[in-house]
Write a protein that binds this ligand. Structure first.
Ligand SMILES: Nc1ccn([C@@H]2O[C@H](COP(=O)(O)OP(=O)(O)OP(=O)(O)O)[C@@H](O)[C@H]2O)c(=O)n1
Ligand SMILES: C[C@](O)(CO)[C@H](O)COP(=O)(O)O
Length: 237
């Protein structure tokens, strides 16, 4: 990676959190007394290797302004979210491209993964910037995997060798990722992560084993787990 290559953070935070079934979007639910997203932004904005962090929020978002996380260094502001995570990320990349360069790296990290550690960010950046094809934090599957039908009856046991759970951040070059997401959306293909969009155009992203505590807050029980992890981690990001 040339010395001039920039590294940017992009945080999709425009979801509604339907699976959480809460009164407000889950990225704004309280976690140790602060909104989930503030924990995530504190981690990312406090990470010196990022030049800036852009957050994609819904145009209907009424919580961001109330929160005004003005204290964070590197926080660039917000871009308009879309109907899907992919659309939110694409819109943010288009905004980021006004400041960053086409071959700069972008780390896309879910707003609802507040337990991300700086050591995992280092691991991802060091591995991917040396490799060039892009990559993502992930965890190898350790349970047996079943595919079931609509009635909950097992159809098959899926061989789990070489199966990984994708986490975030996912790290790709700005221009390539923007174009790949544009292509997926134009083809009507809903990709649930950035790597899937890149794979569609022939990339072979690298999986980098991440920490088990980098959980995505999706269901109520995840909030309890995130609280335990943050308490266990202590102040060290
Ligand atoms: N249109 C969307 C949908 C999701 N996200 C973001 O993508 C991340 C991961 O998505 P997910 O966990 O699915 O969040 P939600 O879509 O809010 O959850 P649900 O699927 O339960 O509605 C979250 O930070 C979420 O805010 C986004 O920026 N724009
Ligand atoms: C990007 C991601 O967190 C990787 O596992 C996941 O795909 C997000 O999925 P969601 O349904 O938008 O939570």
């Amino acid at each position: 990676m040339s010395a001039a290559t920039g590294i940017w953070g992009l945080v999709p935070a425009a979801g509604t959190g339907t699976r959480m079934k809460a009164a407000l979007p889950k990225q704004y639910l309280p976690l140790l007394g602060r909104p989930v997203i503030l924990h995530t932004l504190e981690r990312l904005c406090g990470y010196a290797r990022l030049q800036g962090v852009l957050v994609g929020i819904s145009r209907d978002d009424v919580h961001w302004e109330k929160m005004r996380p003005v204290i964070f260094p590197r926080l660039m502001g917000t871009s308009e979210g879309g109907a899907t995570r992919a659309a939110t990320v694409l819109n943010a990349l288009i905004v980021l491209a006004k400041t960053a360069r086409e071959d700069d790296w972008v780390l896309v990290h879910d707003a609802v993964r507040p337990c991300i550690r700086h050591s995992d960010l280092d691991k991802l950046i060091d591995a991917v910037s040396a490799d060039g094809e892009g990559g993502l934090l992930a965890m190898p599957l350790t349970d047996t995997v079943k595919r079931a039908d609509a009635e909950g009856r097992v159809i098959e046991t899926v061989p789990r060798q070489n199966l990984w759970r994708a986490l975030t951040p996912q790290m790709f070059r700005l221009g390539s990722l923007r174009d790949a997401l544009k292509r997926a959306l134009a083809d009507g293909v809903e990709v649930t992560d950035e790597a899937a969009a890149m794979e569609r155009v022939g990339a072979r992203p690298k999986v980098i084993e991440g920490r088990a505590d980098n959980i995505k807050i999706t269901l109520p029980a995840d909030l309890v787990l995130a609280e335990l992890y943050l308490k266990q981690q202590g102040p060290a990001p």
